[in-house]
Ligand binder design. Structure first.
Ligand code: F6R
Length: 242
């Protein structure tokens, strides 16, 4: 693993955006694996700026997202489809048919999971997967447990995850109880992975994921098995590393 500790969140966002833009310069038709949540917002802002300045184009790129809440319509303000439209897609030139996010409101969620895997098979593999990390070590919505699922599947959200995400919904009762998520197998098939974390509240779980045992009790620890992972941390999340 290549671990980089940046001086500021701005440096971190700019570094991640530069890696993504660099990939698109060498491979314009790359498939990007994208994340939601608070972590990637600044990275997406940088990418949108770079697009506006003519430094990068997404016209031939594909995007596949990690996850989506079950039960929210795609235009619900907190759906991840809406998140991606607001924070990235509507600011860049990616064709919307090139973007794949599971429909958490689909009648047949199993078919929706299979379609997500199929989209990755058709246009992938994922060249670069962007990840955040949950306080419990989840990646995507692969929650800690006795076992993990390889492929895209429906998952019951951990209470810690629902509590953490209540800040976006106003109240925990409004947070969906399930999500569709890429599995850890799907994630680990990406050619390159960038995990980004900032803030002191992520320091303990980052240390566990990077230096602790590889275990389903901390899904992010499985990244230790991947040959091409870049970890980008700010001083607060990575201070323990010196
Ligand atoms: C989001 C996702 C999650 C988040 C994680 C961290 O698509 O898959 O794993 O990356 O919950 O969320 P934030 O960035 O809000 O701390």
């Amino acid at each position: 693993m290549n671990i980089r500790i940046l001086n500021s969140r701005e440096d971190l966002n700019a570094t991640a955006a530069a890696v993504i833009a660099g990939l698109l310069l060498t491979k314009p038709q790359a498939m990007l694996g994208l994340a939601t949540g608070s972590t990637p917002i600044g990275i997406y802002r940088h990418l949108a700026d770079m697009y506006r300045k003519g430094q990068v184009s997404f016209a031939r790129a594909y995007a596949v997202n990690l996850d989506e809440y079950v039960g929210l319509s795609q235009n619900h303000p907190q759906s991840y489809r809406n998140f991606m439209n607001e924070h990235l897609f509507r600011h860049i030139d990616i064709p919307i048919p090139h973007t794949h996010i599971p429909d958490g409101n689909a009648n047949d969620l199993e078919a929706e999971c299979a379609a997500h895997e199929q989209a990755i098979l058709e246009h992938g593999p994922v060249d670069l997967q962007l990840l955040g990390i949950g306080h419990n070590g989840h990646i995507g919505f692969n929650e800690p447990g006795h076992s993990l699922t390889g492929y895209t599947h429906v998952v019951d959200l951990d209470e810690r995850t629902r509590t953490a995400n209540a800040r976006f919904f106003g109240h925990i009762d409004a947070v969906p109880k399930q999500a569709v998520t890429m599995g850890v197998g799907t994630i680990l098939k990406a050619k390159q992975i960038i995990l980004v974390a900032f803030g002191a509240d992520k320091a303990d779980i980052i240390k566990r994921a990077l230096t602790g045992p590889v275990t389903t009790a901390c899904p992010a620890s499985l990244l230790q098995c991947h040959p091409n992972v870049l970890i980008l941390l700010d001083q607060e999340a990575g201070g323990w590393f010196h």
